[in-house]
Design a binder for this molecule. Structure first.
Ligand code: AMP
Ligand code: MG
Length: 491
C-alpha cells in the first residue's frame, strides 16, 4: 500500500461513491499484479488537470498504480456489472478485463472514474484472459485524445504501461494496461443489468445515483426518471451528431458501449472515414453493416429505446402510460439529432443563420462527394481554405453549380466572408487520425519501441482546428489500396 506521504506527492484524491451502491452492482477485487511494468505513455496535460504530480507518476510507485501492482490509498477497486445488447443479442457482460480503481476528485472538484483496462480477470471475464495487448491500448489512447482535440465528449487516456508479460492472441503479443478517465462508466447496459436481474428498489437506487452524479438539476423534477431519459437522449443526440460531422465510425455501438454521461467510450474497432460513403464499416466482425457510419443515428435511437425499456417501471405505475411516455421521449431523438446535425453543418459551411433551402445544399454536397468518391475531411478543408483543387469532385460542373449556390447563400447573410471563413476553420478539422497514420505510429511503438511517431501524431491531433503548416502532411491520404481498412475489437 502507498503510504500517506506518497499519496500527497502523487495527488490521488479518491472518494468512492459507486462502491456504496448495492453489492450486486459490482464485485470488489484487486488487479492481478504484473511482472515488470514500464510506463510507455503518459498524458501530461490530463495528469496536470487531475491535480496529479508528473514526477511522482513517473516514479516506480506511480507506475505501479497504472500497472495494478499497487493500490493507491483511498482507492477501492471493483469490476462493474452490466449487461448489453451485442449486435442486438442481449447478454450478461460486466468489466471482464477492467477495474474501476475509484473516483478521483480533481482540484476543481470534478468527480472522475479512474479505470484500469487490461488489469486481469474478474468474475465477468467469461473465459477471457482479462488482459489487453499493447497495440489496441495505444490505439484507444490515440483516438480518444483525437476525439478530445476535436471537442467531442470522450473518455480520456491517462497512461499506458506494458506489463512485461506476453499475452496470447493470434500470436504472442505484448501485454499492456490502459488507465482511462471518465465522468463515469455507467452505461445503458448498467441499467439493463439492474432492470433484468435486480429489484425495482435497486433500479431506483441506480437511477437516483445517476441523476445525482450527472444530472443534479433534474433530481426534483415531477417525473425525475423520465427527465433522466430525456437528458440521456439529449446527450446522445448531441454526441452522435458530432461523430457524424467529423466522419467518426464507432464500430461497436452495443448498448454496453453507450454511456449515460454522453461520453464516447470503448475505442475498439473504431476509425475515421476517408471517402464519404454512408455504408462505411471498418470492423472485421460487422458483416452486415449494422454499425456502418450512416446507421449510427438509427442505432443510437435503438439503444436509447433499450434504455427506456429498462426504466419503464419507474416512469408510471400503469404500464401502457409508461410505454407512451417513453416512446414520446425516444421519438424526440430523431428531431434533436437532426437539429444538432443541421446546426453543425451550417457551421461547417460558414453559415451564421438559417435558410429553408440549407438542407438541399447539404444533401447536394454529400451526394456529390459520394458520387465522386471525395474525401470527407479534405472536401471541407478545401472549402475552408478556399482552395478547391486536386480532387475529381472539384472539376465537375455540378460542383461548380453547387459552389455558386453556396456562395450566393453566404452572400445573403450580413456577416463578412472573412467571418464565414473563420467559422469554417473553427468547425472543420484540418486533420483527423488517418488510419495509415495511426497504423504507422502503432507499428513504430509496438515493433520498434519507438513512441516518438505516436507522440508527434497526438500533438497535431490535439489542435485539429489550428491549420498550421506542419499539419498539412497529416491531411494527406494513404496510397491507394485494393484492400479496405479493417479493425478488430476486444484484443
Ligand atoms: P468490448 O468489445 O471491449 O466492449 O468488450 C465486450 C465485453 O467483453 C466486456 O464485458 C469486456 O470486459 C469483455 N472482454 C473483452 N476482452 C476481454 C478479455 N481479454 N478478457 C476478459 N473479458 C474481455
Ligand atoms: Mg465495452
Amino acid at each position: 500500500m502507498t503510504d500517506r506521504k506518497e499519496r500527497i506527492e502523487i495527488g490521488w484524491n479518491f472518494n468512492n461513491s459507486y462502491a456504496q451502491l448495492p453489492k450486486s452492482f459490482f464485485s470488489s477485487l484487486n488487479p492481478t499484479p504484473v511482472g515488470s511494468p514500464k510506463l510507455v505513455a503518459l498524458n501530461r496535460p490530463l495528469a496536470a488537470s487531475l491535480g496529479l504530480k508528473l514526477e511522482a507518476l513517473e516514479r516506480d510507485d506511480g507506475v505501479d498504480v497504472f500497472a495494478g501492482n499497487q493500490i493507491p490509498e483511498g482507492a477501492l477497486p471493483l469490476a462493474q456489472a452490466y449487461a448489453g445488447h451485442q449486435f442486438s443479442h442481449f447478454t450478461m457482460l460486466g468489466d471482464g478485463r477492467a477495474l474501476l480503481l475509484g473516483e478521483h476528485i480533481t482540484p476543481k472538484g470534478h468527480r472522475v472514474d479512474i479505470q484500469l483496462k487490461g488489469s486481469g480477470k474478474t468474475p465477468y471475464s467469461r473465459g477471457g484472459d482479462g488482459r489487453a495487448s499493447l497495440g489496441p491500448m495505444l490505439r484507444e489512447y490515440i483516438i480518444s485524445e483525437a476525439m478530445h482535440g476535436l471537442g467531442i465528449p470522450t473518455t480520456r487516456s491517462l497512461a499506458v504501461v506494458t506489463t512485461g508479460e506476453f499475452i496470447i492472441r493470434e500470436t504472442e503479443e505484448t501485454g499492456a494496461i490502459l488507465t482511462r478517465v471518465a465522468d463515469s462508466h455507467i452505461r445503458v447496459g448498467t441499467f439493463q443489468y439492474v432492470s433484468n436481474w435486480g429489484t425495482v428498489e435497486e433500479l431506483k437506487t441506480l437511477a437516483d445515483y445517476t441523476l445525482k452524479r450527472h444530472f443534479p438539476n433534474c433530481g426534483y423534477d415531477e417525473n425525475k426518471y423520465l427527465s433522466l431519459l430525456k437528458e440521456v437522449v439529449k446527450g446522445q443526440a448531441a454526441l452522435i451528431a458530432k461523430w457524424q460531422l467529423v466522419g467518426f465510425v464507432h464500430g461497436v455501438m452495443n448498448t454496453d458501449n453507450m454511456t449515460i454521461s454522453g461520453e464516447t467510450i470503448d475505442y475498439g474497432p473504431c476509425a475515421f472515414m476517408d471517402t464519404y460513403d454512408p455504408t462505411t464499416v471498418f470492423s472485421s466482425i460487422d458483416l452486415h453493416g449494422r454499425y456502418a457510419y450512416g446507421n449510427q443515428p438509427k442505432i443510437a435511437a435503438w439503444n436509447l429505446a433499450r434504455f427506456a425499456e429498462s426504466l419503464l417501471s419507474l416512469f408510471h405505475d400503469n404500464q401502457e402510460e409508461a410505454v407512451k411516455l417513453a416512446q414520446d421521449e425516444i421519438s424526440y431523438f430523431a428531431e434533436l439529432y437532426k437539429h444538432n446535425w443541421f446546426a453543425g453543418m451550417r457551421l461547417k459551411l460558414g453559415m451564421f443563420n438559417e435558410e429553408p433551402q440549407d438542407k438541399l445544399l447539404f444533401e447536394g454536397l454529400l451526394n456529390m462527394m459520394q458520387k465522386h468518391s471525395a474525401d470527407y475531411t479534405n472536401t471541407f478543408r478545401a472549402l475552408t481554405l478556399g482552395k478547391c483543387e486536386g480532387m475529381a469532385l472539384f472539376d465537375t460542373t455540378e460542383f461548380a453549380h453547387w459552389y455558386e449556390q453556396w456562395q450566393g447563400r453566404l452572400g445573403r447573410q450580413k456577416e463578412s466572408s472573412e467571418s464565414s471563413q473563420r467559422l469554417m476553420r473553427d468547425n472543420n478539422p484540418a486533420l483527423i487520425p488517418r488510419n495509415h497514420r495511426v497504423e504507422e505510429s502503432l507499428e513504430a511503438a509496438v515493433k520498434r519501441g519507438d513512441y516518438s511517431v505516436m507522440e508527434k501524431l497526438i500533438s497535431v491531433l490535439l489542435c485539429p482546428y489550428a491549420y498550421t503548416p506542419e499539419q498539412s502532411e497529416y491531411s494527406m491520404l494513404p496510397p491507394p489500396s485494393s484492400k479496405p481498412y479493417r479493425t478488430f475489437c476486444g484484443t
